[in-house]
Design a protein around this ligand. Structure first.
Ligand code: DX5
Ligand code: ZN
Length: 234
C-alpha cells in the first residue's frame, strides 16, 4: 500500500473546508496524495459528529483515489455495507467498538471491501493480535480520536514498533497506518517506528492552494532518517 516512494500519504478531510469538500478532495488528489481518509464520528463512540455515507457518496466522483473510511462509531456492523455502497474501498473500524471484530470483518468482506482495524492510544497491542491475519490495514491512533489538529502522542511509538515487529514475525503484508498529529515534524518518527500509511489532516489542509509541495515535503520528511537507520544496520 506504500506510495511511489515508500510512504503512503492519506489525506484526512476532517480539517478541510467542509463548505467545499469536493474541491478539497480534488486538491489533495492533485497534490499527489495516495488515498483519502474520511473520519466518520457518531457522537457516541467519540464526542463529535462529522459525516455519514451520504458525504462519502457525494465526494466519491471527485477522484479515483482509494477512500479509507475511518469509522469512529460504536456499531460499525450496522453501517459497513452503507459505507461500502457509498464508495469506501477500505473500511476501518475500532477494536474498542461494541461489535465483534470477526463479525465486522466478515460484513466488510461480504460487501466486497477491505477491512481495517484501529486502536486507540490507551488500547494495548494485544487487543488486535487475533485479527492481524484478517485485515488490510492496522490503524494506530496517535491522538485520542474526535478532533483534528491535536498533538502527536509519542508515547504510542513503542506499541507501534512492537506491532510492526509482530506483523513481520508472522510474515504478514499488513501496513501500519498512523493517524493523528502526523506532520512534517512527526512523520519521520512515525515512519521509523514502522508506520507506512500516514494520515495527514491539519498538516496538509493548513496549507492553501497547490498541495504538491506539502505532499512532497511530507514524503521526504518521512524518509529523512532512512539513511541514518540503514547506516546503523550495516
Ligand atoms: C482523529 C482522526 C484523525 C485526525 C487527523 O479522530 O481520526 O484522522 O483527525 O487529523 P490531524 O492530522 O489534524 O491530526
Ligand atoms: Zn482518522
Amino acid at each position: 500500500m506504500g506510495g511511489p516512494h515508500g510512504s503512503h500519504i492519506s489525506a484526512s478531510i476532517l480539517n478541510a473546508d467542509f463548505a467545499s469538500l469536493g474541491t478539497e478532495v480534488e486538491r489533495a488528489a492533485d497534490g499527489g496524495v495516495d488515498s483519502i481518509h474520511l473520519d466518520v464520528m457518531d457522537g457516541h463512540f467519540v464526542d463529535n459528529l462529522t459525516m455519514g455515507p451520504v458525504v462519502v457518496g457525494a465526494v466519491r466522483p471527485r477522484t479515483g483515489l482509494p477512500f479509507h473510511a475511518h469509522l469512529m462509531i460504536s456499531n460499525p456492523l450496522a453501517y459497513a455495507e452503507r459505507f461500502a455502497e457509498a464508495g469506501s474501498d477500505l473500511i476501518v473500524f475500532h477494536v474498542e467498538a461494541d461489535d465483534d471484530p470477526a463479525a465486522v470483518i466478515a460484513e466488510v468482506e461480504r460487501a466486497g471491501r477491505r477491512p481495517g482495524i484501529a486502536l486507540n492510544p490507551e488500547t494495548d497491542a494485544s487487543a488486535v493480535l487475533p485479527w492481524l491475519e484478517r485485515i488490510d490495514l492496522l490503524l494506530v491512533m496517535t491522538v485520542h480520536p474526535g478532533w483534528g489538529g491535536q498533538a502527536f502522542l509519542d508515547d504510542v511509538l513503542p506499541k507501534m514498533r512492537a506491532l510492526r515487529d509482530e506483523i513481520d514475525r508472522r510474515g504478514l503484508d499488513v501496513p501500519i497506518g498512523v493517524d493523528g498529529g502526523v506532520n512534517l515534524e512527526t512523520i519521520g518518527r512515525a515512519h521509523a517506528a514502522g508506520g507506512e500509511v500516514m494520515v495527514v489532516g491539519s498538516g496538509l489542509y493548513s496549507n492553501d492552494g497547490d498541495l504538491t509541495p506539502t505532499v512532497a515535503a511530507l514524503r521526504a520528511a518521512a524518509h529523512a532518517r532512512d539513511s541514518d537507520a540503514n547506516a546503523e544496520r550495516t
